[in-house]
Design a protein around this ligand. Structure first.
Ligand code: SAM
Length: 284
């Protein structure tokens, strides 16, 4: 009998992957964690039944949450990652010798343990001496932090369960205060393909615009994420991702990437008209 994993993207749309083995299943105090071995995408981790990371396409998401900001400010030294328990975001950050320290604040230790066991190529830099992994709630962690980080990456789940507080004006304000003058914040901003997801994206984008002078949206195609098309917010105190790209300086660092490059960077900020319009007028 064939085994299939399925995720409903809407009540009328389902995404399914054929399964070889169900490798891990357990419930933490925050969420249900499962790992499946799939035929097409390698190992797959789900949280509360939703796709988080697959071995085959994780490189796209992790390249795009890290490198656009690093190519705009290659002199970044101190970074805060909120969430990111699979370790892929930290792996990409550790490719930059300029980075002196990364705090990764992940609420659920089970996710990190499972990533170490079943996703070694993703979690491979979590023991790096420049990295501190803190098992705390990111919402609480950023409170009362002032002028500490050059870059904050919110690599979170959707705004349900533990991730809910990571999409609030209060949280974004605390992040703004925790950033240095050249500070940049990047968060995953859902897909515009399905209204229920895009409502979250539009709301998050609007909240960031209340405090950051520069907020731009960029895109990437991620096959296992809803709609296969994903957006990110680039919120910045000073540096503009469209006009402050340090292409030559970034190229001179010889950072090995599988998805990101400076030409793609420029294109990724060229978002479709319907997305621009809906973000501008805030209507679905
Ligand atoms: N790339 C994935 C996505 O876009 O869906 C996210 C991957 S990462 C595994 C998401 C992580 O955020 C999870 O490990 C989850 O435990 C963590 N998380 C959720 N809410 C959190 C919070 N309030 N503080 C810290 N980490 C949180």
């Amino acid at each position: 009998m064939d085994l299939w994993y399925s995720e409903s993207h809407t009540e009328n749309v389902k995404f399914s992957l054929k399964i070889k083995n169900h490798l891990f299943s357990n419930k933490s105090s925050f969420q249900k964690v499962d790992v499946f071995e799939t035929y097409e995408f390698g190992n797959l981790m789900t949280l509360d039944g939703l796709v988080m990371v697959t071995e085959k396409d994780e490189f796209i998401y992790h390249d795009m949450i890290v490198h656009p900001a690093m190519a705009v400010n290659p002199k970044t030294k101190n970074v805060l990652v909120i969430g990111g328990g699979d370790g892929g975001t930290v792996r990409e950050l550790m490719k930059y010798p300029s980075i002196e320290h990364v705090d990764m604040v992940e609420i659920d230790k089970m996710v990190v343990d499972v990533a170490r066991e079943y996703f070694p190529s993703v979690s491979c830099e979590l023991n790096n001496e420049k990295v501190t992994v803190l098992y705390e709630d990111g919402v609480e962690f950023v409170k009362n932090k002032k002028n500490l980080y050059d870059l904050i990456l919110i690599d979170s789940t959707d705004p349900i369960g533990p991730g809910e507080g990571l999409f609030t004006t209060e949280f974004y304000t605390n992040c703004f205060n925790a950033l240095t003058d050249q500070g940049i914040l990047v968060n995953q901003n859902e897909t515009p393909i399905y209204d229920e997801f895009f409502k979250v994206g539009i709301s998050s984008n609007r909240k960031l615009k209340k405090m950051f002078p520069i907020v731009e949206v960029y895109q990437a195609s991620i096959p296992t994420y809803p709609g296969g098309y994903w957006l990110f917010n680039f919120a910045s105190k000073n540096l503009n991702p469209k006009t402050d790209l340090k292409e030559e300086e970034w190229e001179s660092l010889n950072i090995k990437t599988k998805y990101y490059n400076p030409t793609l960077h420029v294109g990724s900020f060229g978002i479709p008209t319907y997305v621009k319009e809906k973000l501008a007028d805030g209507t679905i």
